[in-house]
Design a protein around this ligand. Structure first.
Ligand code: BGC
Length: 732
């Protein structure tokens, strides 16, 4: 472990060194260029009448092809990397990076090609932008299991990015969570490929509807931060196809995402940004992606291999795709057709999103946050906070209860967001203490939890103790283990021993172990809930909002009973992470190995109760070409409050070829008044009855009897039915 944490620190340091190196290089190039412009003949500006690519009646591809015909090699190469450097640019009026954006491609005014302005933003506009909204982390939004909320999340984020002048939004992170210690879980959606696919499509559509191009990342097998610049994910093709590719497939086919960011890691020995299997076989040939792939910041490792194997654009600089790429074209190692292909991939989404056809109003200094976005930030936090335990219905609290708010995260240091490139400058953060104090008529005290005796005394003096605990999760670092750091387990036990009415609020980015679970009356997973943290948690604690969120990942019971428990799997040995759990990622592993999680995938309580009944699957007999089934379930609110339930449908495959016991294939969230019954209809598509058959290298519908389960978590599936497929056939 000592070795592992040293390694992680080293990686983090390397990351900063690399970033600073980019910066220095860019600055050097800026100054060289400004003092010694390169005198080159300047191609004439294209007259308006000659700009045939400006004809909006043509398709994006037709427009891109016309434009490529007018571009010089220098101009093409300019589009294929970030920032500069200036001396290569065709004009002496060197367009240097403008303020703010973390990645930029200068405009080519001669041809009317707009500047590309790239900004981070998983939970709001990043890169130190000010006057923006800090939304809850994407894991919070995903915990709502509400695709409409994810779509609005995309709209709010996309609108603020667009109004800041960003035309490429570096979001969302759609990778499947494999390792529970992964430092970027909070940026992503969860552990199920189907679930992540639904969330990705919804968010991408929202972002792109507001103007900018969305960039889904990080492609592919980016499942850990440990040794992230070099580690090799060793993964078999079926697992790649069935677990890690689906969110990307949906992002292309349904989300029409404009760009992907290739990851730092290697897949099966080859860096992502020069991996022909990932970039060509899968993205282009299989998924028919027609947008562009940019490298993650510093993830390009070569010129010729990267260009020939499918990387379209190096970010954020030009080390490989600037002068060396031009040279590679001149000496025939990269063909002009290859260059044209890359430039086309970049131009098509630009035309598609209308970047050539309209002026973008704002810039980095624009004030973009609004009251509506503040309200939305709060709504996401409310909708994404999961009620995990509620013994004796301790919650919701009565309005006059006296409350001791314990722990730094409850008062002086609210934990509203995770660390790394997704960081947002929050305009403010409402602490839980302030949120609760505003909401209640009861007495509210606070204690930072530093001294256990004092914390216990504060808890004893109040009707109810609410302990806020947190993890410090960040890009660049995995957590060393799943324990709450800094003695917080002991704090919870001390408080719980002093007051039976203890509620724990987890401000964590990923799952944590809960050795004190039997000692406390209530547990809420609030994650990193954004600027409205305290208002949202108060609304849940006092029942102004009835919790309806569900876990998008499993919470393990013990440290060693997790899917990636061996060192070979995580963080890897000798530079390789072995994906030996294969398809058994997340709940699939717990089910396949009969391991009890502490809280299963899909689980979450409400202040009301629900009952599911009358599961029907039609037709029950399917043919491969029409392997689509309708599933109906009746849902009744059997409690006394309006609330929302998530109906989850899982499919168990018949072939016993290593398939997990059951896999999520459909879900729907539904709100019901007390006593109300509503039928819910869901669709199982062809993929629900397919596996990736490596013997024919394609998705295939397999014959046999499929078990169809309906319920409210991966471990609570009271209803069961079947569908049969008579013979094998190709699947989409
Ligand atoms: C991250 C990306 C991010 C980029 C630019 C990288 O370290 O992995 O997600 O977009 O930095 O900030």
């Amino acid at each position: 472990m000592v070795f592992h944490s040293a390694l992680r620190r080293f990686n983090r340091t390397t990351s900063f060194v690399l970033t600073s190196a980019f910066l220095c290089l860019t600055l050097q190039l800026v100054s060289t260029a400004q003092t010694a412009p390169v005198a080159k003949p300047k191609p004439a500006a294209a007259a308006a009448a000659d700009r045939l690519w400006q004809n909006k009646a043509l398709s994006p591809k037709q427009r891109a092809d016309l434009l490529i015909k007018a571009m010089t090699l220098n101009e093409k190469i300019l589009m294929m990397h970030g920032g500069g450097p200036c001396p290569e640019v065709w004009t002496e009026k060197c367009q240097m990076p403008i303020k703010g954006y973390v990645g930029q491609v200068p405009a080519i005014e001669r041809l009317g090609i707009p500047h590309l302005t790239l900004a981070d933003g998983r939970a709001g506009v990043g890169n130190k932008a000010v006057d923006v909204t800090l939304l809850p982390a994407p894991i919070v939004a995903a915990s709502s299991w509400d695709v409409n909320l994810l779509n609005q999340f995309g709209h709010v984020l996309g609108k603020e990015e667009w109004d800041k002048g960003t035309n490429v939004t570096l979001s969302p992170t759609i990778d499947v969570v494999r390792v529970p210690e992964w430092g970027r879980i909070f940026e992503s959606y969860g552990e199920d490929p189907y679930f992540n696919a639904r969330m990705a499509v919804a968010e991408i559509r929202g972002i792109q509807a507001e103007g900018s191009i969305a960039d889904a990342n990080m492609y592919l097998t980016m499942q850990q931060e440990s040794d992230r610049f070099h580690v090799d994910s060793v993964v078999d093709e079926r697992t790649l196809q069935e677990i890690y590719l689906p969110p990307y497939a949906a992002a292309v086919q349904e989300g029409h995402v404009g760009t992907f960011m290739c990851a730092y890691v290697k897949t099966n020995g080859v860096y992502s940004c020069e991996n022909a299997h990932l970039l060509q076989d899968l993205l282009r040939n299989q998924l028919k992606f027609d947008g562009w792939v940019m490298s993650d910041w510093g993830a390009t490792h070569s010129t010729v291999d990267a260009a020939n194997n499918g990387l379209d654009q190096q970010m954020p600089d030009a080390d490989f795709f600037g002068a060396p790429l031009k040279k590679a074209v001149e000496n025939g190692k990269v063909t002009m057709a290859t260059i044209d292909g890359h430039v086309r991939n970049i131009l098509v989404p630009m035309f598609h999103q209308g970047l050539f056809d309209r002026q973008q109003p704002g810039n980095w200094d624009s004030k973009v946050r609004t009251d509506a976005h503040t309200a939305f930030s709060r709504k996401v936090a409310e909708q994404g906070t999961i009620l995990l335990k509620n013994k004796g219905t301790i919650l919701p609290l009565a309005g006059n209860t006296s409350v001791a708010v314990i722990g730094e995260a409850g008062s002086t240091k609210p934990k509203a967001e995770g660390g790394g490139s997704s960081e947002v400058v929050a305009p403010y953060v409402i602490s839980p203490f302030d949120g609760i104090s505003k909401r209640t008529k009861g007495k509210v005290t606070s204690d930072n939890g530093a001294d256990l005796d004092k914390a216990a005394a504060a808890a004893r003096a109040a009707d109810v103790a609410v302990v806020f605990v947190r993890t410090e999760e960040t890009e660049g670092d995995d957590r060393p283990d799943l324990k709450l750091p800094n003695n917080q387990d002991a704090l919870i036990s001390a408080v719980a021993a002093a007051n039976k009415k203890t509620i724990v609020v987890l401000d964590t980015g990923g799952p944590v172990l809960m050795p004190w679970i039997d000692q406390v009356a209530g547990v809420l997973e609030a994650w990193y809930s954004g600027q409205e943290d305290g208002n949202a948690i108060a609304a849940i604690l006092y029942g102004d909002v009835n919790p309806g969120a569900k876990l998008p990942l499993t919470i393990p019971r013990t440290a060693n009973k997790v899917p990636t428990a061996s060192k070979e799997q995580w963080p890897g040995v000798g530079g390789h992470s072995q994906y030996t759990e294969k398809l058994n990622v997340g709940y699939r592993w717990y089910d396949a190995t009969n391991t009890d999680p502490l809280f299963p995938f899909g689980f979450g309580l409400s202040y009301t109760t629900f009952k599911l009944s009358n599961l029907a699957v039609t037709p029950a007999k399917l043919t491969p070409g029409a392997a689509i089934a309708k599933v109906t379930v009746d849902v009744t609110n059997t409690g006394k409050r309006t609330g929302a339930e998530v109906v989850q449908v899982y499919v168990g495959h018949p072939t016993a070829n290593g398939e997990p016991p059951h896999q999520l294939r459909a879900f729907a969230k539904i709100e019901l008044k007390p006593g109300e019954l509503k039928p819910v209809t869901l669709t199982l598509d062809q993929r629900s009855f397919s596996i990736f058959d490596t013997s024919v290298n394609r998705w295939t519908v397999k014959p046999g009897t499929y078990e169809i389960y309906a319920g409210v978590s991966s471990r609570n599936l009271p209803l069961k039915s079947q569908a049969t497929v008579e013979k094998s056939g190709a699947s989409k």
